[in-house]
Ligand binder design. Structure first.
Ligand SMILES: CC(C)(COP(=O)(O)OP(=O)(O)OC[C@H]1O[C@@H](n2cnc3c(N)ncnc32)[C@H](O)[C@@H]1OP(=O)(O)O)[C@@H](O)C(=O)NCCC(=O)NCCS
Length: 142
């Protein structure tokens, strides 16, 4: 079956339902409602990619682009492939599509974080060519 990587441009019920299945495999945060999804796909700074296998959405990744005084920054977030479709390169295809898109926009680098316990993800990123940055990652919970 062929894999298609697409940029989601519409907040369809199909997309909402696919994310409702995929995101719990990544995070305990609630998946987006239709309204939240509409805001996301309309946001020029966020590019929501989906992977389709035989037409069905089986993966997703979001590329975030934003400008700061030192240039255009890019982050990859919320990478997930359905358990039933893992190990066939779909995660790699999603990442490569995001890297191409970031380059097309003029970003000079793309960053992401991944907990060390996510072994498949960390292997995947390093295989693609991401390198570990020596920096401290902070979070302030609000
Ligand atoms: C990380 C993730 C997106 C990778 O997706 P994927 O489509 O399986 O990615 P790929 O097939 O390109 O590569 C996955 C790696 O896992 C290996 N793998 C093989 N079979 C697998 C299976 N059944 N399940 C998981 N991983 C498998 C692949 O061989 C590959 O390893 P390698 O890099 O040593 O060759 C997916 O495992 C996932 O959604 N995990 C849960 C959420 C997560 O951790 N997201 C990343 C957050 S930073």
């Amino acid at each position: 079956m062929s894999v298609d990587i697409q940029i989601a441009t519409e907040a369809t019920d199909e997309l909402r339902d696919a994310l409702a299945t995929l995101l719990p495999q990544l995070s305990s945060s609630p998946p987006p409602t239709s309204d939240e999804l509409a805001v996301l796909v309309a946001d020029p700074g966020s590019v929501l990619f989906v992977a389709r296998l035989g037409g069905r959405i089986v993966g997703s990744l979001t590329l975030v682009l934003y400008r700061i005084p030192t240039g255009l920054k890019a982050w990859i977030e919320d990478v997930v492939v359905d358990e039933s479709a893992r190990g066939h390169g779909i995660g790699e295809l999603l990442n490569r599509a995001a890297l191409d898109e970031a380059q097309r926009h003029g970003a000079k680098a793309v960053s992401l974080t991944s907990r060390p316990s996510r072994e498949a993800a960390n292997r995947l990123y390093q295989r693609i060519g991401f390198t570990i940055r020596e920096t401290n990652v902070y979070r302030y919970d609000l």
